[in-house]
Design a protein around this ligand. Structure first.
Ligand code: ZN
Length: 613
């Protein structure tokens, strides 16, 4: 698989993939620049170096290779991103020991199942215009969705009868085994039958836009099935992993760093049509940890793909708004979501319509403005949970307030965000009308950990730092220009800890000599793969940063001077150390002769190096 991943990295053009999302313009030798898709900015600090196969944003620090970009942009896992890119360039990724790409899936099988879904989706869409689908069109019209809306969301109609889709798919040469595995048909008493019959259908897609299943709404009174019927668990479709509307919402979620979770297909449509383009819905299941992961990847920040998730549950950036019916079930769902994913909780909000209207009804009865107002009037989940807890007590009596405090204190104590906890302690005191000190005692102290300080960036106005920075950038980007003396540098030649770690990774990868014999992108990949996770962002940054030279000659001269300077710095440091040692050693000590001999050799070498220029 490793080789296949390399092939994908080589064949896919990073400037094309990124270019589909970001307008890139040339800036200096071999660098393209644009506005970062991962944070809001007015002047471009997002750099792409096609030759190195990497990108890096000097504004927010986001960076990596083409696979990382797709992971971040589309909220995909590594394997999914590789599969997606492989499909683009016609590479088949073989998995070790012939194992399946994903549980229960054979290589090639996924493509077939996706094709079956594509055919089915087109079929359903065509059927929506048929006379039999009048009831379906009426259902949409009653809810304020016109034809354009139906088209935008790919809504279709599964005809009544038993085997219309089945015939259609067989006519397209799909085998019984494929049809069964797709979940589009089910086993009837006399053989296979269509799973969805006489229903409106919504295509459920992955972030990449591939349709992996359908959700179907009952229309006929004599339909004895459930109101909503979804694709069963298949190799493509796992209900705990799919979010309806994610393909349409991903861009807006990444841009605005907000995701809105609603309850149904028509709610997603109503939200988007009202201008809330960040709405998604779970499909026949509650919002769970896997859904949270998908959303968090798109929201980015510290929780983004390849990023570092802080154990203390500090900000992952962005916010998630749950809209629930005002009823008890909705409230229970919110409480559950709160309890299950505390790292998420600081950015979690609830938006509840007091009249109990869902977003679809709200749009119809009170218009798009009311839908947007519902979202903007959101309440922090903490506040919602604490207030719900307090509501169960009579706060007019002293006993009631004490009982309420006892019930609510654990909720506040459970807040892992150390910055938020005191704030909510204060608020709880206000809601209860009790002294803050009393509430603080009840909540207790010392839970959770203080957030770790972010690593400081090396100061590049320091000439020593600048030389180390430029030398490593040259080694990664232009190994062919770097003098061989670089590989004579010892492990402590770099003083900035982050750069020392990159130097270690270069040495592990075989030194700059190894970089000269392979193409640049592969070289950077090798160095990065051999480095610790925490070192990789620095490697990416160094491999993308533009060196201050505007011609090939100037670049060659700069690289040579930089590396010479670094070797010289290293020699000077060693010489100074040896002088110190010599002064502390008695003249009669036999070691003093050795130190002296070493000093002489080093000073000769230093002189020779200087004379070469
Ligand atoms: Zn950025």
């Amino acid at each position: 698989m490793r080789e296949d991943v390399e092939t994908v990295r080589e064949r896919v053009r990073i400037d094309e993939v990124i270019g589909a999302h970001v307008t890139l313009r040339p800036a200096g030798v071999g660098t393209l620049k644009g506005l970062c898709p991962f944070h809001d900015e007015k002047t471009p600090s997002f750099n792409v170096r096609p030759q190195v196969g990497r990108y890096h944003c000097f504004g927010c620090g986001e960076g990596g290779d083409v696979i990382t970009f797709v992971q971040r942009m589309d909220g995909l896992g590594f394997t999914e991103a590789v599969d997606h890119l492989a499909g683009r360039v016609g590479v088949t990724v073989r998995y070790e020991d012939g194992s399946a790409p994903r549980p229960g899936e054979e290589p090639g099988r996924r493509r077939r199942l996706l094709d079956a879904h594509k055919v089915a989706e087109e079929y359903f869409r065509d059927q929506l215009a048929s006379p039999e689908a009048r009831i379906g069109r009426a259902f949409l019209a009653e809810r304020g969705f016109d034809r354009a809306a139906a088209e935008q969301f790919g809504v279709g109609f599964a005809p009544p009868g038993w085997d219309a889709l089945l015939h259609h798919l067989r006519g397209r040469a799909f085998t019984e085994a494929e049809l069964t595995a797709s979940g589009l048909v089910s086993q009837g008493r006399k053989g296979l039958i269509d799973r969805f019959r006489g229903r409106l259908v919504w295509p459920i897609r992955e972030v990449t836009g591939d349709t992996v299943g359908f959700g179907a709404r009952r229309l006929h009174d004599d339909d004895t099935g459930p109101k909503y019927l979804n694709t069963p668990e298949t190799p493509l479709y796992r209900k705990s992993h799919v979010l309806y509307g994610i393909d349409l919402a991903k861009r807006e979620i990444a841009r605005t760093r907000q995701a809105v979770v609603v309850e149904g297909y028509t709610d997603v449509m109503a939200m988007h049509l009202s201008g809330v383009g960040t709405a998604v819905a779970t499909c026949g299941t509650a919002f769970g940890p896997d859904h949270a992961r998908i959303v968090r990847r798109l929201l980015g920040g510290a929780g983004g793909a390849g990023g570092v998730q802080l154990a203390s549950g500090d900000s992952v950036g962005g916010e998630v708004v749950f809209t629930f019916d005002g009823d008890a079930a909705g409230r229970a769902a919110a409480l559950k979501a709160f309890g299950e994913d505390q790292t998420f909780a600081a950015q979690t909000f609830v938006a509840i319509e007091p009249g109990g209207l869902d977003p679809c009804e709200l749009r119809q009865q009170r218009g798009s403005d009311a839908v947007r107002a519902l979202v903007s009037g959101r309440t922090p989940m903490f506040e919602f949970v604490v207030r719900s807890t307090l509501a169960a007590h009579n706060l007019d009596t002293a006993e009631g307030r004490v009982a309420a405090l006892r019930a609510a204190a654990p909720v506040v104590a459970g807040i892992r965000d150390t910055a938020l906890r005191p704030e909510y302690t204060r608020q709880l005191a206000g809601w209860l009308g009790l002294p803050e000190a009393r509430v603080r005692d009840a909540v207790g102290s010392g839970r959770g950990r203080a957030p770790s300080a972010p690593a400081r960036r090396p100061d590049r106005s320091d000439p020593v730092v600048r030389v180390e920075h430029n030398a490593l950038a040259a080694v990664l980007q232009h190994p062919g220009l770097v003098p061989g003396s670089f590989d004579t540098l010892g492990p402590d030649a770099f003083t900035v800890p982050g750069y020392r770690a990159v130097h270690d990774a270069v040495r592990v990868a075989g030194g700059v000599a190894a970089g000269r014999t392979t193409d640049t992108a592969r070289w950077v990949g090798t160095v990065s793969d051999g480095a610790a996770e925490s070192v990789r962002p620095t490697i990416t940054e160094l491999s993308v940063v533009a060196l201050p030279a505007n011609s090939d000659e100037a670049l060659a001269a700069l690289v040579r001077a930089t590396v010479d300077g670094l070797v010289d710095q290293g020699l000077a440091r060693t010489i100074a150390d040896l002088h110190g040692q010599l002064q502390r050693t008695e003249a009669s000590d036999p070691r003093s002769r050795e130190i002296l001999a070493e000093l002489t050799a080093l000073e000769t070498r230093r002189r020779t190096l200087r004379e070469q220029d």
